[in-house]
Design a protein around this ligand. Structure first.
Ligand code: ADP
Ligand code: MG
Length: 169
């Protein structure tokens, strides 16, 4: 039996590479996915989301870091909600954002600082933890929870690896 939890680790050596990884994931999204991004300031979450946006038919420039709006809604190939909980003080505040309303829909939801509201996220989801290894190196620890996310990650990583074998970033 295939395990319902799949973990993988990837390393990137430039912002461009992190963005590209996001685009490859975005290309494979069909709507309804919930993706939680975990990790310190400057670890590459927004960079990854910019790539994800490209994969959904948007432009990277449409993705910005938080002002006072915690949820930014976009419409590309799918509806796309970009949530950034950096300014969130407590989980209770996330509840009042109506975050959960996004999870049942047809759109894609990506959440930066997902560790601040993990209890609100659905049990089936994709979690990616970003770690700073050096000035230009980041590791992404990918955890797929639920069968559909498991196969999503398998397809994503395969696309990434076949691109690398062909000499792409
Ligand atoms: P976060 O949203 O996690 O706070 P950002 O994506 O806004 O992080 O910023 C990441 C910063 O780290 C950018 O200044 C980017 O140029 C830099 N950086 C250096 N190497 C990488 C890498 N491999 N992947 C992503 N960002 C990187
Ligand atoms: Mg950010």
């Amino acid at each position: 039996m295939v395990s319902a939890v799949g973990k993988k680790n990837l390393m990137t050596k430039s912002p461009k590479e992190t963005q590209h990884l996001g685009t490859l994931l975005g290309n494979g999204l069909n709507g309804g996915e919930v993706i939680g991004l975990i990790g310190d300031l400057g670890s590459g979450k927004t960079c990854f989301v910019q790539g994800l946006a490209i994969g959904l038919g948007l432009s990277a420039q449409e993705i910005s870091s938080p002002t006072f709006t915690l949820i930014h809604e976009h419409k590309g190939r799918k509806r796309f909600a970009h949530v950034d909980l950096y300014r969130l003080e407590q989980v209770e505040a996330a509840e009042s954002l109506g975050l959960v309303d996004y999870f049942d829909g047809e759109g894609v939801t990506v959440i930066e600082w997902a560790e601040r509201a993990l209890t609100l996220l659905p049990s089936e989801k994709l979690l990616i933890e970003f770690k700073i290894q050096s000035k230009d190196e980041r590791t992404l620890q990918i955890e797929a929870l639920g069968e559909s996310y498991h196969s999503l990650v398998d397809r994503w990583v395969r696309r990434y690896q076949s691109g690398r074998n062909q000499g792409n970033p």
